[in-house]
Design a protein around this ligand. Sequence first.
Ligand code: TYD
Length: 131
Amino acid sequence: MEYELIDFKVRGDERGSLVALEGSSEIPFEIKRVYYIYGTKREVIRGRHSHRKLQQVIFCPQGSCDFILDDGKERQTIHLNRPNCGLYIKSNIWREFTNFSEDCVVMVLASEHYDEADYIRDYDEFKKEVK
Ligand code: TYD
């Protein structure tokens, strides 16, 4: 399974913690889009798609959730629960996210603007494309 966990540098002092993320530096691509998800019930399953081209770094600045990754051969669950740990995934990985804590905020940094044509939302079609 191709993915990477990136440990962000934390600049902490008695005032608290600060994490700074720059495109093409801490984040391995130029950031073209940021979106975030919150107020999601624990048992909800989001995602359920893959991308043809998009790269993303995903993290929980608050709370926790599970990321299920599937490359067509195997499935792996990654529990995101640290505000300074990012999950870097490239294209052609089916992803689902669930098990949201009540306070969970999922932040996504994306390499491209939103483009519905980049999505594969049908699992059988995804399996065909990654073969
Ligand atoms: P959706 O793809 O269902 O979100 P998720 O995969 O996280 O469950 O997106 C929900 C709606 O938001 C859908 O109508 C598409 C829209 N959307 C945008 O307009 N811009 C974006 O950057 C994203 C991620 C979604």
